[in-house]
Design a protein around this ligand. Structure first.
Ligand SMILES: *[C@@H]1O[C@H](CO)[C@@H](O)[C@H](O)[C@H]1NC(C)=O
Ligand SMILES: [Ca+2]
Length: 322
């Protein structure tokens, strides 16, 4: 079983790599944010900014290393590319050695320029959030360290729970030591054929390292790209240096109209860090046991009935002989 899954994931990996090699990357300028930002006029073409966001020649500072700040930048043009790859060059740094926060998020969302509690963006959002959570709010034993990168898909019904660091609404995640580094740090969000893959380049190796990959993710077209960050009691500097959107659509793809669908994900990660969550999983184990029990009983009953019918037929055929 294990080797079967190993083989499958190896084949998927191989496919992924060949897909990456075959793709003709094409940067869409209207969804990208690159230097020079033209900050002189206090506005950036195709991008709006809000809150504590400050534009300089070399970076866009979403929050400074000060308490209780929120900032965001949002693309003004809805994205109608169905398959895409987004490269974000960022820098998280600050005075704090052990205490810093809260983190930042990269968005592909329906609503733009609405501040709120989810790293400077609204809660109950519709769309995709890639969350870089630098501060562990959860006091219980953690399965992972922070900073932690996770993906969340929301159709507007889910609340991002800071007390659990979002662990019970995330699709998947990974640890990433991305703070206070001398070299450049990048995150790559690839959305292709309903597979969402997040990779990082934070080890100064000029190569992507996979953080998470989830199949069965359905996102509508026509949403907006954005980035937001927040500080609270703890603080950090959250800078965005560039955002580059590459189109992965090929003209011969059969294009399904995705403009009206709600964001959805087929697979959620099993909830973690949550004591109450042990019960549902043992319940489902119990359900499986019951199902197997009933299945076995059903098979026995069918076999018994079968034997009875067979015997009856044998009897009748014997009767016919006499
Ligand atoms: C929205 O998402 C929630 C949680 O994933 C799900 O239970 C609900 O059915 C979804 N609503 C719609 C209208 O798809
Ligand atoms: Ca947190």
């Amino acid at each position: 079983m294990g080797s079967f899954f190993g083989l499958v994931s190896f084949l998927l990996c191989a496919l992924q790599i060949s897909a990456e090699w075959n793709t003709k990357d094409y940067m869409k300028r209207e969804h990208s944010l690159i230097k020079p930002y033209q900050a002189s006029s206090m506005s950036i073409p195709n991008w709006d900014f809000m809150g504590s966001t400050m534009v300089t020649n070399n970076y866009i500072r979403l929050t400074p290393d000060l308490q209780s700040k929120e900032g965001a930048i949002w693309n003004t043009i809805p994205c109608n590319v169905k398959n895409w790859e987004l490269h974000v060059h960022f820098k998280v740094h600050g005075k704090g050695k052990d205490l810093f926060g809260d983190g930042f998020a990269i968005w592909y969302a329906k609503d733009r320029m609405v501040g709120g509690p989810v790293f400077g963006n609204r809660d109950f959002f519709q769309g995709l959030a890639i969350i870089v959570d630098t501060y562990s709010n959860h006091n219980g034993p953690h399965n992972h360290q922070h900073p932690y990168i996770s993906a969340m898909i929301n159709n507007g019904s889910l609340h991002y729970d800071h007390d659990r660091d979002g662990t019970h609404t995330q699709l998947a995640g990974c640890e990433a030591k991305l703070r206070n580094l001398e070299h450049d740090t990048h995150v790559n969000i690839r959305y292709e054929k309903d597979t969402l893959t997040v990779s990082t380049d934070i080890e100064n190796k000029a190569a992507w390292k996979e953080c998470l990959s989830v199949k069965g993710v359905r996102l509508p077209t026509g949403y907006y790209f954005g980035a937001s960050a927040a500080t609270g009691d703890l603080s950090d500097t959250h800078d965005v240096i560039s955002i580059k959107l590459y189109e992965l659509d090929s003209p011969d793809d059969v294009q399904e109209d995705r403009s009206k669908i709600l964001p959805s994900a087929a697979f959620f990660e099993a909830p973690r860090d949550h004591v109450d969550d042990v019960k549902p999983s043992s319940m489902s184990g119990f359900k499986i046991f019951l199902l197997m029990l009933f299945g076995t009983l059903a098979v026995i009953v069918l076999v018994v009935i079968g034997i009875m019918i067979y015997q009856k037929q044998q009897e009748q055929s014997r009767k016919r002989f006499y």
